[in-house]
Design a protein around this ligand. Structure first.
Ligand code: SF4
Length: 125
């Protein structure tokens, strides 16, 4: 039985035009994609990344003791693959830190061996 080719519709978020794109695998050419709807080269690159390895910046909070607020907002230092979001959320949920904290401080280094840090997005005294 022939394997079903993957296809996806997406909206390019790189500029206000918001082109609606259709992306699908090319039959008989593994790794090659067919794309329609994008108006520029940047959109094509965006669609390729979004189809093959979609990533997102994750924001969350961690418990902080001895500071003016009970939770510190944090985010990933770079976008992470979508498939890593729930495991990383679980790692963040395990963390409790002591204040004070400066914006940009690394709260978790190299989370789950991803090469990406979890950093503070504000200072807390
Ligand atoms: S494909 Fe190009 S023109 Fe269309 S939304 Fe993306 S960046 Fe803008």
């Amino acid at each position: 039985m022939a394997e079903k080719l993957k296809e996806k519709e997406m909206i390019c978020i790189l500029c206000p035009l918001g082109c609606k794109m259709q992306v699908s695998e090319k039959e008989g050419e593994p790794g090659e994609l067919l794309m329609r709807g994008q108006l520029c080269k940047k959109g094509k690159e965006y669609a390729y990344e979004e189809f093959t390895n979609p990533t997102r910046t994750l924001t969350s909070t961690v418990v902080v003791h001895g500071a003016v607020l009970p939770r510190l907002p944090v985010k990933t230092s770079k976008p992470i693959p979508i498939k890593m979001i729930f495991p990383v959320v679980e790692e963040i949920a395990k963390v409790e830190i002591k204040g004070p904290v400066k914006m940009g401080d690394v709260i978790i280094s190299d989370v789950l061996g991803s090469g990406i840090d979890i950093v503070a997005t504000r200072s807390l005294r």
